[in-house]
Design a protein around this ligand. Structure first.
Ligand SMILES: Cc1ncc(COP(=O)(O)O)c(C=O)c1O
Length: 403
């Protein structure tokens, strides 16, 4: 058989922006993490054992038995939108179900909003270290990135945002993760949330508030999202991925009502509609009444896993390694001594000790070497015992690399 790959590679025209595409560091990590025997502290995966399989199976059965349209094309589920509005009230956000737009996960929410607001070559204001999935969303637009730094204790540098806007920058939007920042694990301070909203209002620049981890807060006093103080300039992105199951691919955005029609057209062009079946089954699951308890259960279990990781770090890591206690989300951001080669660390960690993490530089939005001496560790996926083992193994490799 003739191998035509080379011929095709040379002759099929691909869009300009796709030419430099290669597997992302996260895709590579997924491959590594799925190898048998690897302790993965790499990706932000929920714990398999916490998926509420029984309750969800009951919901599936009920929907299939009672709703002949469950497997048909269909409009967004009105009941799910109303349930999301109720959930948002628990986070201090008042919204109407008419402002809720259902998506296939937070990722699609960001994608649709970008397609709504961002012109090709337009400007986006974001943090230097940012969720790679968002970076992938905006890549086809070949945007001009305006980046600002992030304080590990309080979040995005709002002074730098103000300086850019006061200097005349008018980005299509500001992208920010309010809770459990991915990768930096910081929760934005209440003061900064208020200030950023004031800037959005003053300069008429919308905020895309990615709150994928918003329901996984471990402090008793969590700060409400920015959407709770501003309903016109803050476009909220939410998800069931971290609280229910990412395989369902159900999320939502909350936007001013007048944008819903435009978003519906963009969404229809993308995937016609979010799976009718999963919308209905998620709605039926919530209707059974145990979702709030499930979220409380996840908070308590993930908090215990976070604490297991923190105490293992304390016990095994050498002086000069720094981290903070995250109050939300599923990551700990660890700063290693300056000059630590985290690429070599990862290679050795996987080969010698069968443990994986993500090197910090993978999240750098401006192509610089920022985060080069840092690593992102996940604490939601593995149980406390595995976490402790993984941290000990990583500490052994780290000692070798530092020596
Ligand atoms: C910050 C952030 N936003 C959005 C997403 C995407 O979530 P979803 O599964 O809802 O698309 C993730 C996934 O890990 C994330 O970390």
């Amino acid at each position: 058989m003739i191998d035509t790959t080379e011929l095709l590679t040379e002759n099929i025209h691909l869009a300009d922006w796709t030419r430099a595409l290669k597997p992302s560091a996260l895709q590579e990590s997924l491959m590594i993490a799925s190898k048998p025997g690897i302790i993965s502290l790499a990706l932000g995966l929920p714990a398999l054992e916490f998926f509420p399989k029984k309750a969800y199976a009951q919901a599936v059965e009920r929907v299939l038995e009672s709703d002949p349209r469950a497997l048909q094309y269909g409009p967004p589920s009105e009941s799910l939108k109303a349930q999301i509005a109720d959930l948002m009230a628990l986070r201090g956000v008042a919204c109407k179900k008419e402002q809720v737009f259902l998506t296939a996960g937070a990722q699609q929410g960001m994608n649709l909003l970008s397609r709504l607001m961002l012109d090709r070559g337009g400007e986006v204001l974001m943090e230097e270290m940012a969720y790679t999935g968002f970076q992938q969303v905006i890549e086809p637009f070949q945007p001009n990135l305006l980046t600002v730094s992030t304080d590990l204790g309080t979040g995005i540098d709002v002074d730098a945002v103000e300086a850019l806007l006061a200097g005349g920058a008018r980005p299509a939007f500001i992208y920010v993760v309010t809770e459990g920042h991915n990768p930096l694990a910081v929760s934005m301070s209440a003061e900064k949330r208020v200030r950023l909203v004031e800037l959005a209002r003053e300069y008429h620049v919308p905020i895309m508030e990615d709150d994928a981890y918003g329901f996984l807060c471990y402090d008793s006093h969590s700060v409400p999202p920015m959407r709770s103080i501003e309903d016109q300039w803050v476009f909220y992105v939410g998800s069931f991925s971290k609280t229910l199951a990412p395989g369902l691919r159900v999320g939502w955005i909350i936007v001013p009502e007048w944008l819903i029609t435009k978003l519906s057209v963009i969404k229809e062009a993308t995937d016609i509609n979010t799976s009718t079946f999963t919308q209905k089954t998620v709605s039926a699951y919530i209707d059974q009444g145990s979702f709030n308890d499930h979220i409380a259960f996840l908070r308590s279990e993930y908090k215990a896993r976070r604490d297991a990781m923190l105490s293992a770090l304390e016990d095994y890591y050498p002086a000069g390694v720094r981290w903070r206690v995250p109050s939300s989300g599923v990551f700990i951001w660890v700063e290693l001594p300056d000059g630590t080669d985290t690429a070599t660390l990862l290679r050795l960690a996987v080969e010698q000790e069968h443990v994986a993490f993500i090197p910090g530089n993978a999240f750098c939005a401006d192509g610089s070497s920022k985060g080069g001496n840092c690593i992102r560790l996940n604490f939601s996926h593995s149980n406390g015992e595995l976490i402790r083992k993984g941290i000990l193994r990583l500490a052994r490799v780290l000692k070798d690399v530092l020596a």
